[in-house]
Design a protein around this ligand. Structure first.
Ligand code: HEC
Ligand code: HEC
Length: 299
């Protein structure tokens, strides 16, 4: 299994670097209209971490980890095993250990996976757990997921298994702190201009992020230079998936165009707009993600 995962990883990396432009164009915009209201349920844990109950780790190992490992017959979004992408997408919270053996994770690795996964579940309102909403079809209430749709509806047996497991955890243990509201007005006035105004020697975000699943920067239609309400709302829904409200350093929007030496992602097939987090524009966007910036004033 290990060699297969390593090979798969390479394949996914190749896919990411060579096939992604086609992928961007091919996948339709699927973020759900209600995504905004649920944005960033999982910005942090309310309570101080407590040692997990061994029985919870055991049930995680026997019922949930096999779902992450399951071969789905392909390497493309919606067909690849969760482990293929989620062992190396380092800027994500959903970051599984690389399985130690063919049989899967060791008990210690499972414990680490468990601690990680509890940031993506919400035992207060289990249905709102990101672990359930990401792989779920947006029309069925899912958030939209660059890794693809795995569950067409809430009736999917895997969805049900995960939901049941989340409900089996102590209800008050893995409750996520309420996330701040990220303001749409500020997005329109101060964030969208970032997509249209490249820095010297760089190309616009809109050139590559004009449509598809990560199309947060659609080009305004009908020769307009600014976005209308509908276009802005669509863009906001897409970007909402790529930020974690309240948590700029786990927000892909703020990591992908940030230089790796300054704390950004290792890979982005586009420009590095910010050298480090001291960049005033990065600071402004981070404040917006924390819910501190509202309205139309960008300073
Ligand atoms: C082809 C690669 C790929 C596959 C396969 C994949 N994902 Fe993802 N996943 C991503 C990417 C990229 C992101 C970040 C962008 C986004 O949130 O849509 C992500 C984000 C997530 C998140 C949110 C993580 C966070 O930090 O907020 C969850 C939860 C998730 N995926 C669950 C799954 C599950 C469960 C599976 C398997 C059923 C899976 N993914 C399969 C690529 C993948
Ligand atoms: C030359 C084309 C190009 C440009 C210009 C570009 N990007 Fe990208 N971007 C990509 C590609 C391709 C991907 C998917 C593969 C990857 O993650 O690198 C991507 C991925 C991303 C992601 C992660 C999406 C996800 O679902 O995980 C974010 C966020 C992002 N870009 C932000 C930006 C921002 C902001 C700008 C403008 C400052 C920008 N990009 C400019 C090509 C580009």
């Amino acid at each position: 299994m290990r060699t297969r995962i390593m090979r798969h990883r390479r394949m996914v990396t190749v896919w990411m670097t060579t096939g992604s432009a086609a992928f961007l164009a091919a996948v339709a915009l699927t973020a759900s209209p209600s995504a905004e209201s649920r944005l960033g349920q999982t910005s942090g844990q309310a309570a101080a971490p407590v040692a997990p109950r061994p029985a919870d780790v055991d049930s995680f190992r026997t019922t949930i980890e096999p779902i992450f490992m399951r071969d789905r017959g392909g390497t493309m979004p919606g067909y690849a095993a969760c482990v293929m992408c989620h062992t190396w997408q380092t800027s994500l919270r959903f970051d599984l250990e690389t399985p130690a053996t063919d049989a899967g994770w060791t008990a210690e690795q499972s414990r680490m996976n468990f601690e990680m996964i509890t940031q993506l579940v919400n035992t207060g309102t289990p249905e709102n757990s990101w672990l359930l909403l990401k792989p779920l079809e947006p029309k069925a209430g899912g958030l939209g997921h660059t890794g693809g749709t795995f569950w067409q509806s809430r009736d999917d047996p895997e969805y049900q298994t995960v939901l049941k497991w989340i409900r089996s955890l102590p209800a008050d243990r893995y409750v996520q702190a309420p996330a701040p509201r990220v303001d749409f007005e500020f997005f329109r006035s101060c964030v969208q201009p970032v997509f249209a105004n490249p820095r010297e020697g760089q190309i616009k975000c809109s050139n590559c992020h004009g449509g598809g699943l990560i199309g947060f920067a659609p080009v305004p239609r009908d020769g307009r230079t600014t976005w209308n309400e509908k276009e802005a709302q669509e863009a906001f829904r897409v970007i909402s998936r790529l930020i974690v409200a309240g948590n700029p350093v786990q927000s892909r929007f703020l990591l992908k165009p940030l230089h790796p030496d300054g704390g950004g992602s290792y890979a982005h097939n586009g420009p590095r707009r910010w050298q480090n987090r001291n960049d005033t524009e990065w600071q402004m966007l981070a404040a917006w993600v924390r819910g501190e910036k509202k309205g139309t004033s960008c300073s």
